[in-house]
Each structure stands twice: as C-alpha cells, then as structure tokens.
Design a protein around this ligand. Sequence first.
Ligand code: UD1
Length: 373
Amino acid sequence: MKIISVVGARPNFMKIAPFCRALAKYPEVKHVLVHTGQHYDARMSDSFFTDLGIPEPDIHLDIGSGTHAEQVGRTMIEFEKVVKAEQPDWIVVVGDVNATCACSIVAKKEHVKLAHIEAGLRSGDLGMPEEINRLVTDRLADLLFTPDRISNENLQKEGVAEERIAFVGNIMIDTLEAQRSRAEQLTVAEIIRRELLLPCEVPAMPENGFAVMTMHRPSNVDRAETLAPLIEFLTGEVANDLPLLWPIHPRARKQLELFGLWNLVREKIILLNPLGYHDMLRLNMGAKVMLTDSGGLQEECCVLGTPCLTMRWNTERPITLKEHGGASVLVGNDVNRIRAAYWEEMNSSRRPQRPELWDGHTAERIVHILREK
Ligand code: UD1
C-alpha cells in the first residue's frame, strides 16, 4: 500500500505529526509526505517539523504565497506531477487550507482514493476561504474522518453515504497530549525573553496572570474599519487590565503597518514572533483568557479549559462552545460584545472539557481503518 499525505500551512503540521507516527509502525505501508510550501518561513513551518518530530517531507512543491487562485492553481499543477509519478493507492489530506482543497481535486481527477482528516466541520460561512476548501474536499473524499458527532450530522445532511464516514476524534489533541509535558517544562518568562519581536519593557508578570491573543483572519485584519476599533479596545482596555501577549502572524503585521496602527500596537501589546508549538501550548496553559480568531486554538482551549473569546461570528467547531460544554464564546468583532464577554470571563475559572474521542488516539484509529480498506 502506498499513501501520499499532504501538508501546506501551519495548522496542518500538528495534524500530520500523529498520523506520520502511527503510520511508521507499519513499514509495509509506503508513505510519501508532500509539503506544498504555502507556509515557508522557518517560524511558520520548519520549527514544527523539528519540534513535533515530523519527518522531512519527501517532496517539496515550493508554492509560496499568492492569491487563492495562484496558490490553488500552482499547487494543482505541481501536485499532479507527483501523483502521476508516485501512483499512490490513497491520498490523505488534513484540515481546510488551500493545499487541502487543491490536492483533493488533483487526487480525484487522477482517480486516486482520497481520505480527509477533520471532515464535516461547517461554519456555514462561504465568506471564509476555509469553508470553500472544506466543502470541496468533503464532496470529493472517499473516506471522511470526523472529529465529533456534529460533523457526522453535517455530512449526513449533505447526503454523504454512511459507509464513507468514520468518527475517529480530533487528531490535533493527539499532538496536544503527546507534547503537553514538554510544554509544562517551559516558563512564560523564558518564552517572552526568547521570542520578543521588538525591544520593549516587559512588565513583571505572574506565570498565570496574562492574556494571549492571536488574530490574522481576513475578516478581522483586512479592513481598517474593522481592525482599528478592535485594536483600540485591545490596546486601550485589555492591555491596561492584564499584560497582553500577541504572537503575531505575518499577515496581521502587514495590515497593521498598512493602516498606521503598528506604533500603537507595539507600545501597548507584548509582541512575540510566531511561536513554536510548545511555546504556544505553554502560554495557553497559563493564560487567564485567550482572544483569538483561530480554529485550532478554540479546540486547544476546550481541552485545557482556557476561557476563549472567539473573535468570529460563526465557528465550524461548535463542539468547543460553552453551550456544548466547551470553553469558547463567539464574540465576533463587535467591541461591546467582546468587552462584556471579557469581563464575564475574568470572573470565571478554568474548566477543562474533553469531547468524545479527543483522547490522544485518533491517528491510531485512522491508520487502522485505512489499512483495512
Ligand atoms: C492560512 C490558512 C488559514 C490558517 C492560516 C494559519 C488558507 C486558505 N488559509 O492562512 O486557514 O488559519 O494559514 O497560519 O489556506 N506569509 C509569510 N510567511 C509564510 C507564509 C505566509 O510571511 O511562511 C505571509 C505572506 O505575506 C502571505 C500571508 O502571510 O501572503 C498570508 O499567508 P497565506 O498562506 O496566504 O494565508 P494565511 O493567512 O496564513
């Protein structure tokens, strides 16, 4: 049996690591790991391979940045050559980034069976590029590995045959469980010292008395009318209440510079480089509150119990919301709403939750099913 698996961007790496590890137990399965190169900076890509023990990719497509059509188009052109040369039995894609969608289309056009890890998530918001990627990938996949039962229901509603769906749990939590003890050994002070983006005065900070934010989605950072009030609130209110740490994504930095907000941000927020996996996990373990528009962080906050204000109007991961027992509240990008939720969360404590099958063994279940096919 020969399997090609694909990664492209940062959120893919923590999903492929446990899959590679589980597959390596079966030397009779030939595994070819392809990196499309959508993310290419050392801090956005290489560090995860080293930190999570992901093997060096067998093939690198070097796609790089670009518009969505450029990324998807270039990936399809290059990946088609790989599939023709390798002739795999299965192609395995993870998550919802452009690489996921582009390689899924190529797989089916080349008549190769396709498996999707993290299938069935739906935000219902076609304004998000990731939602388009999810819909295309799941429509094409022969085998859909879901992280929760809500995702199974979404797929059933779309008419996906029951025998194509396998509820296996959340593979990202395999990585969290495997890496938790290493993260626990780090201190917040040492992470800040090592990863400070710009020289600034760092307030003395209790190991567990700070807020962490991440923000990079087009819906929050691409328009000054949305970004400016958010920054005003974060710098003028949150950062006055607690030290606020922001490991900043390159896209967000560019937008802040473009809209003339950079100086305000660097004065009030403790800016960090994009962080490695263990550093981010350690900050999440100690944060009093997380403010984020990331999908993966919502899930990690759920398992760690970190109160999470999700700066989006919808989520493809409803299982992480408070109404389903999780730790996250949807606050959109309305400042009044974020403020109210922030103060409410300040009075609440950590309540770790573990949705069904988020047990650290998802990759083993996936590999078992694939080998039976
Ligand atoms: C992508 C994913 C998104 C995920 C995010 C996490 C899609 C559609 N989106 O969005 O789901 O949450 O990754 O990081 O696939 N850049 C660098 N260095 C890099 C990569 C990018 O500087 O290594 C800069 C480039 O200027 C680039 C911009 O960041 O134009 C955005 O990168 P891109 O991969 O297009 O999308 P993300 O916003 O990172």
